[in-house]
Design a protein around this ligand. Sequence first.
Ligand code: UD1
Length: 364
Amino acid sequence: MAPLIDIIAGARPNFMKIASIIKALERDAADVLAYRLIHTGQHYDARMSDDFFRQLGIPAPHINFDVGSGSQAAQTAAIMIRYEALLQEAPSQLCLVVGDVTSTMACAITAQKLGVPVAHVEAGIRSGDWTMPEEINRMVTDSITNWFFTTSDGANANLARAGVTDDRIFFVGNTMIDTLVANLDRLAPPAFWDDLALVPQNYFVLTLHRPTNVDSNASLAAMLAAVAAATRGLPVIFPVHPRTAKTIRELGELPTSLHLVEPQAYLEFNYLVRNAKAVITDSGGVTEEATVMGVPCMTLRNSTERPETVSIGTNELLGTDPAALAGALDRLFSGAWRKGGIPPLWDGRAAGRIVAALKPLLCA
Ligand code: UD1
């Protein structure tokens, strides 16, 4: 029987990363490797999950743990209990996890404890900021990973420093960018594009969901006011993550140039980014997509686990002090924003390299 790979997906940023891996498995290894797609249910709203499966042609999950929301520990525990039961009943030969969400770490721990090897896609990146749950998830996952699939030289260096030997590190590129490259021609304007009379390069996209930015009413209100002021009255399209929506409901009136919309599906969101004057965000993945599309990107964080988006790409770290926005946008409006380039191997072919590496590892 062909070795069975569990592909784990739990939260929104996982879905674009697994889409290209599944396509490459079906294209290059259908006869030698089998897979079982497991959705943990960490994200469950249609707009956070189902829309991505539909638009990206991801097959329906074979199994859904339906864990839903909860504290970090509650979510981790619920995923581990369900995955452990599944592996005991129907073992697999590899647990493939992507990114840095709670589901990534929970499944890696469970698999390794049952003797199922772990492959981590997007391994080795580090922000150095232990206040972010994602950083803990990355560190724990990488400490029990067998095979590391990396997106950057920086990730390779971080892993080497931690004592990981070269034969376990595969520098393959970026599977999230595979999905972007494959879908560039399919990007489509959202329904509100005409209603708001949006014009390319004459509006901004804003995303905010980090607890440090959105869990306090006062700091979120100050940040939104600063964004509106610095963007000089141009429309700011703000797809609101469910976590952020909770705080926003408690704020008073917001500046009128901010257009709050539902979380967007993949093709609409990246259409908005591709045509924006700039993106203002606290996401990590969005900084990668903006870099590849050559769109100026301002990150409202003090650190990044993706330094190549700054050193090579279009991204700049502004920190979390709203006062930094005015100067950055002055530079943008004066035409001084760096053009940027594309990091090595972010070429749309990362998933094919992963499958090519997995075949000899699993079919020996
Ligand atoms: C998670 C990831 C983060 C990623 C983000 C993208 C972790 C630790 N964090 O953060 O890295 O950038 O996803 O979206 O895994 N909720 C809904 N509907 C949903 C999902 C969540 O309403 O479909 C609400 C819940 O009330 C929940 C809150 O949003 O409490 C936050 O969701 P959670 O999965 O805990 O983490 P995110 O902030 O989404």
